[in-house]
Design a protein around this ligand. Structure first.
Ligand code: NAI
Length: 308
């Protein structure tokens, strides 16, 4: 691919669908770079039907490290909901989806979104590892040609890696334009990945996390001990095992494990990717990590963490 000569995508306005951990932060980073952004989440009952998206914007102002370059960047984000506001997608150049990691939910969303998106717009999924092609298998050829995976890593303002996943139907020219836009305007280091389960980063990353769980059980280590040896002493103070899981969200972690397991027949790999029962139990109890205020660490009012 000759990315050197490619013209970057022109993004005068963007839309992000899903205002959770990733969607709100992606919108925050685009807004910080001067791009007006629609941010849509599910509609809720009551006077403020866009409350979920509004809360996503509010959380941005509290994040450490800051998700917004300036507080005023939040004004470039317009909260909305997918029941009332899909018409706002008509004049955007790029749509990025960041809803729950569930293939059926994403397929249903694309069926609803397709009629509203302008013919020139690029449409992308921030999926952690679901099939990009399967998400739009029922959509028109025109839609499939401008559809791709755009997998930002958390936190998206700070981590340079973005996996770009084209399907057999994606227009290669669109891919080149997006890669150049990521490089030149977002300062990212895009990597082309194949449309295989969990792509590259998560396919590799979940093994390290799962091995840490095994070691914890075998050697009777505490959460803090595992984080000490997998974090600061390895020069990674912020990316220790359980801090990473809290940041990602334990429900999302389970989805990624299940995607990995569903696509391999290798018994060793399947055994290693077995969801840890403690994580399943925590998700059932709503201990999803930072987004829920508690996971392996509990967030105090001051935002510091203490293992629970
Ligand atoms: P999250 O659970 O924090 O947020 C998901 C948001 O989507 C929620 O606000 C929810 O109300 C909303 N939503 C659900 N269904 C919707 C629909 N049909 N229409 C509109 N909004 C809907 O999830 P998170 O962590 O932000 O993940 C979003 C996507 O990004 C997933 O595909 C995930 O695998 C991926 N991802 C997550 C990363 C992480 O570190 N958490 C990193 C990279 C990718």
């Amino acid at each position: 691919m000759s990315t050197l000569s490619a013209r970057p995508l022109r993004v005068r306005k963007a839309a992000v669908i899903g205002a959770g951990v990733m969607g709100a932060q992606i919108a925050g980073w685009l807004a910080s770079l001067g791009i007006p952004c629609e941010l849509l989440d599910l509609a809720v009952e009551g006077p403020d039907r866009s409350r979920l998206a509004r809360e996503g914007v509010r959380r941005l102002g509290q994040m450490r490290p800051p998700a917004l370059a300036t507080a005023s960047a939040a004004q470039r984000i317009r909260p909305g909901n997918v029941d009332d506001d899909l018409g706002r997608l008509r004049d955007v150049d790029l749509v990025i989806e960041a809803i729950v990691e569930d293939l059926g939910a994403k397929q249903a969303l694309w069926a609803r979104v397709e009629p509203y998106v302008a013919p020139h717009a690029v449409v992308a999924s921030n999926t952690s590892g679901l099939s990009v092609a399967e998400q739009v298998a029922g959509r028109s050829e025109g839609f499939r040609r401008r559809f791709m995976g755009l997998h930002f890593f958390n936190p998206p303002r700070y981590l340079p890696l973005v996996e770009v996943i084209a399907t057999a139907d994606t227009d290669p020219e669109r891919v080149e334009q997006v890669v150049e836009w990521l490089r030149r305007f977002l300062g990212k280091r895009p990597v082309l990945a194949k449309d295989t389960p969990n792509f590259i980063g998560n396919r590799v990353g979940i093994f390290a996390l799962q091995v840490a769980f095994r070691a914890m059980q075998e050697w009777g280590l505490s959460v803090e001990e595992v984080d000490l040896v997998t974090g600061p002493v390895m020069g990674r103070p912020k990316s220790a095992t359980f801090r990473t899981l809290d940041l990602v969200g334990l429900d999302t972690y389970l989805h990624v494990l299940r995607t990995g397991r569903s696509r391999t027949d290798d018994p060793d790999e399947r055994a290693l990717l077995q969801p840890p029962p403690v994580v399943e139990a925590m998700v059932r109890r709503g201990l999803l990590g930072e987004k829920a205020g508690a996971g392996f660490y509990r967030r105090s009012g001051k935002g510091d963490g203490r293992a629970i």
